[in-house]
Design a protein around this ligand. Sequence first.
Ligand code: GUN
Ligand code: ZN
Length: 433
Amino acid sequence: MTLYRGTFLDTPDDPFTGGRLRTEQDGALLVRDGVIRARGSYADLHRQHPQEDVVDLSGGFVLPGFVDTHVHFPQVRVIGGLGLPLLDWLDQCALPEEARLADPTYAAGVATDFVRGLVGAGTTTALVFGSHFAPAVDTVFAEAARVGLRITSGLVVSDRLIRDDLLTDPERAREESLALAARWHGVGRARYAVTPRFSLSCTDDLLAACADVLGAVPGAMFTSHVNENTREIEVVEELCGCDYVTSYDRHGLVGPRSVLAHNVHPTDPELTLLAARGASVAHCASSNAALGSGLFPLARHRAHGVHVAMGSDVGAGTGFSLLKEGLAAYVAQQQLGEAGHPLTPTHLLHLATRAGAEALGLRAAVGDFGEGRRFDAQWIKPAADTPLDVGLTHAADPADALAKMFALGTPADVRSVWIEGELVEAPDSHLVG
Ligand code: GUN
Ligand code: ZN
């Protein structure tokens, strides 16, 4: 067993319904076989378990590993393609790169960059939009397994309106998806996600094939995009003859294991439907800003009872850090003025951890430091005299320190990361590459 000593912050109770930031100052977590067995003050736990190894994380703060509920593996090398709205950005920036993953050697390099980017940002669990090429999806599952990252991913499918070399057909989609699920779903920390790109690029026959796969793989998730950009929404309504959420729902694809990304422009009936189905929405704030998609109506999601978590949406999103996403989410709500939902740092931490675990059906496993959870954690410990170090040194209280982490923190401040009690990112690894 190992005793981790430090100041632990987490959000087991939903701050949107009154939950508060939980703080364990000079606290300890007792971890055996990757699971938190006890928590309390360091003095108490050390007295009770004097023989156990102590990992001293004093100085800085220990947060639960982040849960990124929407991130694109093939797009890591095109982060930063600014200045285009969604459909132009897809054509000119994202999809040409995605086509390069037809080469499995290229895909393997991208998978390495991608997994390193996630872990380096303190993310320990992710719902990963895969590739249109099955061998490339194998490479991301394999790299995540090698590093220990907890991912849910799958084959991305489309059969219309995007470049030809990314298109499939319903039969091939069904076969390749089932074969990938057979290889990866439930193997180690991996799970399968049925992943039509968006209903704009998927015929009803293809969405029906997706529903077949979802039905054939118990515990699989469903993920796609919804209501991101006004032009995109017009095209979907024209093609499908219904609203965007219904384009998936009429195939039985919207349920408690579904995560739909963006939802910047939903109608009230769509929000009602999402809530009734128990589906989750991945809020991707930096992407919404970068592509000019609009400001996320968080208050309307809350009012309808739609579960919301956070996604980086790399590569339209501008980086892997959910600290940056948190800040962008906060800013978007400020910009909405009266219609915005004020967000505290406690809300941001909850969105980046606990809410994500719930969206991904991992409520019992990860998302906070309660007893019985896996020890998925990140140690935020900035270098001496950096602005974040100064901020944390002079923070009034833990909530203020957390605000400073969201305002100033970057992956360079994530000193160490553990997944299920295994150290995956050693101190100073950013410096040694
Ligand atoms: N809609 C369909 N594909 C994508 C994508 O790759 N990124 C974003 N942001 N939206 C999409
Ligand atoms: Zn996306």
